[in-house]
Design a protein. Sequence first.
Length: 277
Amino acid sequence: MLREIGMGLVLLSGLALSPGTVPAQSGVESARAAPAAAAAAVPFGPGERLDYDVTLGRGFMTFHVGGGSFAVNGIDTVRGHPTYRLEMRLNGGALGVRVQEDMTSWMDVVSLISRRFQQDQKEFHYERHRTLEFFPEEKAYFQPDKNEHGAIATDQPLDDISFLYYARTLPLEPGQTYTLARYFDAAGNPVRLIVLRRDTVKVPAGTFSTIVVQPIIQTKGIFGQGGHAEVYFTDDERRMPVEVRSSVPFVGKLNMYLKSWTVGEPLTSGWNARAQR
């Protein structure tokens, strides 16, 4: 059950690298090789933070099981490419068991692809810690802790966190379906975003006009085929996710409700990678 709670906070694995092509550095690097391309237009920016209450219910009984957050915590440079540092944090528990899930994605400011994904997960007796370095041009990844490399599904990869932020850049018109084969793990493709309707919802942070989207990933979890998840994005230029509803098999209804937010500062059209230096 707690594993499903962790999965509920994310919206959304060939060709191998040739010997000698694995990079010597895997940390955040200087912008010495940054191109002068302009940043893509997006509705978020550094400083944005969204905080949520998370509940789990069955029948008429609903329990508060913890809290979570999404944040754009600045701009880093990965192998010469400026990237948004997107972070998800979850702390919660049920039945006396705690769960902690931290995910970070480094999303390219210009091309809006993922260049690095980090996950630290602790759930009861289960732990998972990994960092994946993505090399889109080679459709390859490198996992430093295992000295492992292999193929990714696309030259425009997105991970669990960057997929949510990418969805915010889409028009999201009711009646449309977006079919995207951009999840880095081939088993998760294609990802479908079905735009269902407009709706008004009330959450702890206030009342919002929203656009309701059903995300479907070809993997297990609440965003899989049987989860019937719905994500409520604000029906404005910010496209903030203010509520998530889903049904978890054998567990119940898992909901997220926005309780507070801080507006970020989107990069201006005149911003470019050289300016970052």
